[in-house]
Design a protein around this ligand. Structure first.
Ligand SMILES: NC(=O)c1ccc[n+]([C@@H]2O[C@H](COP(=O)([O-])OP(=O)(O)OC[C@H]3O[C@@H](n4cnc5c(N)ncnc54)[C@H](OP(=O)(O)O)[C@@H]3O)[C@@H](O)[C@H]2O)c1
Length: 307
């Protein structure tokens, strides 16, 4: 039995990953959560190194996937201690515990380790994060490299996929403003038309991770840094146009051609996925297909609780 521990199985990416991996025959998946444990998700605070050690020892996995993190740039900016505890120190204690049982550790990182001025970025391009989130994730990558006897970092860009709340993804979080702009008395919604993003579908990432785990299971372990990205460049304004079309809303959207965020964000961090592509790993669902799937499973109901 090939055993995988998914740390952060309650998050946007973690849920897609658990869904993908539980379909594998002969695999056992043990998922953890923090504020959202359930009968299928063990409660674990990854800031507690002793609890982490105990969980990994009890589970004895062949592979540990770290999808738990503090991924909100504004929260990281205002609470760097929390960012460090989750994005750096916890990676170190998980990797150390994984070493003790001989497990491979796959840690998820971000395109925000780059400054966005010279895309595309290869896995070995020089990182230069612009904000506290990017800095903490880069430190987390280094912590994994220093600690894991067998480890790999997977960098990803803006994610979207099946949600339980509109705010879970920076793609779906645009929906309430788009819908409000389409109301009879609605004012135009201003959307960033400056930063170029590559929205990437979490079930596609889950497929990539499953393929990487399969390599490990058959002795062809991938190590170092790899990257995966969707291939459709879009600003948030363009994402909003696609969302409005999918929702059949007559939205009033206004592009803003200068940066809109309080926290500094990179302009274009396009990640080259060539290392994984060369291994025959990957899947890309077109944005318009994937976003319709997401919206069909979590329909916009105006002022209903899901709004
Ligand atoms: N979302 C994006 O657009 C994006 C883009 C690039 C890279 N990434 C990276 O992808 C990974 C997954 O991100 P995501 O979007 O799936 O994040 P998410 O939806 O915010 O999920 C975060 C996960 O971390 C868990 N967690 C939070 N605090 C914890 C703690 N103290 N102890 C244990 N677990 C804790 C949460 O558990 P509970 O929910 O149970 O509290 C949840 O499962 C992260 O490494 C992130 O940096 C994300």
């Amino acid at each position: 039995m090939f055993k995988v521990a998914v740390i952060g199985g309650s998050g946007l990416l973690g849920r897609a990953l658990v869904d993908e991996l539980t379909r594998q025959t002969g695999w056992q998946i043990v998922a953890t959560a923090f504020s959202r444990p359930s009968p299928r998700r063990v409660a674990l605070d990854i800031r507690d190194a002793e609890a982490v050690g105990h969980f990994i020892e009890q589970t004895a996995p062949d592979a540990v996937v770290i999808a738990a993190a503090e991924r909100r740039p504004d929260v990281c900016e205002h609470n760097p201690a929390l960012a460090r505890a989750l994005n750096v120190d916890a990676v170190r204690s998980l990797a150390a515990a994984a070493n003790r049982c001989g497990a491979w550790t796959l840690s998820i990182s971000t395109d925000y380790v780059f400054d966005g001025s010279h895309p595309p970025y290869r896995h070995d391009s020089a990182p230069a994060p612009l904000n506290a989130y990017g800095r903490s994730k880069l430190e987390g990558e280094r912590a994994l490299g220093e600690t894991a006897a067998r480890g790999c970092v997977l960098r990803l860009p803006l994610l979207y996929g099946p949600i339980v709340d509109w705010s879970e993804s920076a793609v779906t979080s645009l929906v309430p403003a788009i819908a409000a702009s389409a109301a009879p008395d609605g004012r135009a919604a201003t959307m960033d038309a400056w930063a170029i993003r590559y929205p990437t579908f979490t079930p596609d990432v889950a497929c990539v991770i499953r393929q990487m785990l399969e390599r490990h299971a058959c002795g062809e372990t991938i190590s170092g840094i790899v990257q995966w990205s969707g291939d459709e460049p879009m600003t948030k304004y363009e994402i909003a146009v696609h969302l409005a079309e999918a929702l059949q809303l007559d939205a009033h959207l206004a592009p803003q051609h200068t940066p809109t965020d309080a926290t500094p964000r990179p302009h274009n961090c396009h990640l080259a996925s060539s290392r994984l592509e060369a291994l025959g790993i990957g899947r890309r669902t077109p944005f318009d297909t994937a976003i319709r799937e997401v919206l069909a499973a979590f329909p916009w109901r105006g002022d209903s609780p899901s709004a």
